[in-house]
Design a protein around this ligand. Structure first.
Ligand code: MN
Ligand code: MN
Length: 467
């Protein structure tokens, strides 16, 4: 083997390269990432909506010794608590031995994903078919949601305020729903339209039946038959659908993608691919840092984080205040010294569409978790922009703890852009930086991520918790 030249050695020392994680880790680490991904896939299948994700996370938390917290709960060092915010967002925290005024170490991910919500009066029939009208939630490319099997998830609140939970289409013996699209034979006009207008919001109607109720005397027999099935199965009537949250999501299970099984294709990686690592990090036996740590599973990120279950609400500030006071600290000081990873996905470079990326500052699958110093659009508008000091701190704890990471922006300047919950947490005077997993086909009914990257997200969050 020939010795390296002076220039080669200098290049090694001075230049920065983003590398494929497969080239950097041992086989044993790769095996760990693969078995970690099995747990993640099962989480994906059971947590397709924020309500399901909270229910599942609460049961995981209980299994890991967490107890329910109210603002009045007495806290003790070493205690593990969860705060369930209306069944749609969740805060888990572990009280450390360190003075609470030295801040909380936080990982915040979101558990809502783009989908199709039912309208308040969804059921109708037309041309002897029964449909459910939807109003899309989050940023979707509407044409992607037609001609694919869909499942329905959610809760209906009855007149007596009792709750009926509904899941249809996940069991392989369940029926599914479907959105009709035009065949190519009749799509000449549709094909001339832009992608944005080819399928419009008001055509996203779920096909829900075609069999008439057997009574010649009634009108709208197909609608009545659908209502009668819902009534028989769930005890609900049409008016109950007004006080309901029902969402149509892809009726697909998470699957390994690629002959080498290095990736996962699934619905809702954005942002379960960060929510799951934020959970597994706080549950990890090696999560033994001195600071108080917190995992946040937020709702409403995809619609702008407004509302009392979104990250713009007062809940995080209130919780920090309750925790600080109970532990004898000043909440203002606690916030000033807290550090947070805003754990959300980023766009992975896609060689099918290189024109929207700036390759030197793009995220690549299998290159580890992506740090983004800033997000936003049109000249970084809407970003909290982490300080160089905080990025420097994060970089050093990742390198000390074997986290494979990369730095990236979301696509080319002025091609679009996007935001995360980072700004809302940073506005509370907390140091925040965006960190996440690169995703291919983000917001599509099936998105793709690499197994090594979700595993590195776990390691990254654990690194902050233990720092
Ligand atoms: Mn997201
Ligand atoms: Mn998103």
């Amino acid at each position: 083997m020939s010795e390296k030249t002076k220039g080669q050695l200098l290049a090694e020392k001075l230049t920065y390269k983003s590398e494929n994680t497969f080239d950097k880790i041992e086989k044993s680490e790769e095996d760990k990432a693969h078995s970690y991904s099995e747990g993640y896939k099962s989480f994906l299948d059971k947590a397709k909506t924020e309500r399901k994700a909270v229910t599942l996370a609460v049961s995981m938390a209980k299994d890991n010794g967490f107890v329910e917290y109210t603002h009045k709960t007495k806290l003790e060092v070493g205690g593990k608590y969860y705060y369930n915010n209306r069944g749609k967002s969740l805060f888990l925290f572990k009280v450390g031995s360190e003075d609470i005024e030295n801040g909380i170490r936080i990982a915040a991910a979101h558990i809502d994903s783009p989908r199709l919500d039912l309208k308040p009066r969804p059921v109708y029939e037309d041309a002897e078919m029964g449909f459910l009208k939807t109003h899309y939630y989050g940023g979707i490319k509407k044409y992607q949601w037609t001609a694919t099997p869909l499942a329905l998830h959610g809760s209906v609140i009855l007149r007596d305020n009792s709750v009926v939970d509904i899941t249809i289409g996940e069991d392989e013996n369940d029926p599914v729903f479907y959105i009709n699209d035009l065949p190519p034979h009749l799509a000449q006009t549709q094909n001339q339209k832009t992608l944005a207008l080819g399928v419009e919001g008001e055509s996203l109607n779920l096909l829900a039946g075609s069999k008439p109720y057997p009574d010649k005397e009634v009108a709208d027999k197909i609608k009545l038959n659908i209502l009668s099935i819902l009534n028989e199965k769930y005890g609900i009537c049409e008016a109950d659908l007004i006080s309901a949250e029902l969402s149509a999501v892809p009726a697909l299970k998470a699957r390994d993608c690629g002959l080498d099984r290095s990736m996962i294709a699934a619905y809702g990686h954005d942002d379960r691919v960060c929510a799951y690592p934020a959970l597994t990090a706080i549950f990890d036996d090696s999560c033994t840092g001195k600071h108080t740590v917190m995992t946040i599973l937020a709702d409403k990120e995809e619609t702008g984080s407004d509302g009392n279950t979104g990250m713009k609400s007062a809940i995080l500030r209130d919780l920090i205040e309750s925790i600080a006071k109970e532990l004898g600290g000043d909440p203002v000081v606690v916030r000033a010294n807290s550090k947070c990873l805003s754990a959300d996905v980023n766009v992975a470079f896609d060689p099918n569409y290189p024109e929207v990326f700036e390759k030197r500052n793009s995220a690549f699958i299998n290159h580890g978790v992506v740090i983004s110093k800033y997000t936003g659009a049109r000249g970084k508008s809407g970003t909290s922009d982490a300080s160089a000091e905080f990025l420097g701190y994060i970089r050093s704890i990742f390198e000390d703890r074997g986290v494979c990471w990369q730095i990236a922006e979301l696509g080319k300047i002025d091609q679009g852009g996007g935001g995360t919950v980072a700004a809302y947490i940073a506005n509370l005077n907390i140091d925040v930086i965006d960190l996440g997993v690169p995703v291919l086909s983000m917001h599509a009914p099936a998105e793709v991520i690499a197994k090594l990257d979700v595993y590195m997200a776990h390691k990254a969050i654990l690194a902050l918790f233990n720092a």
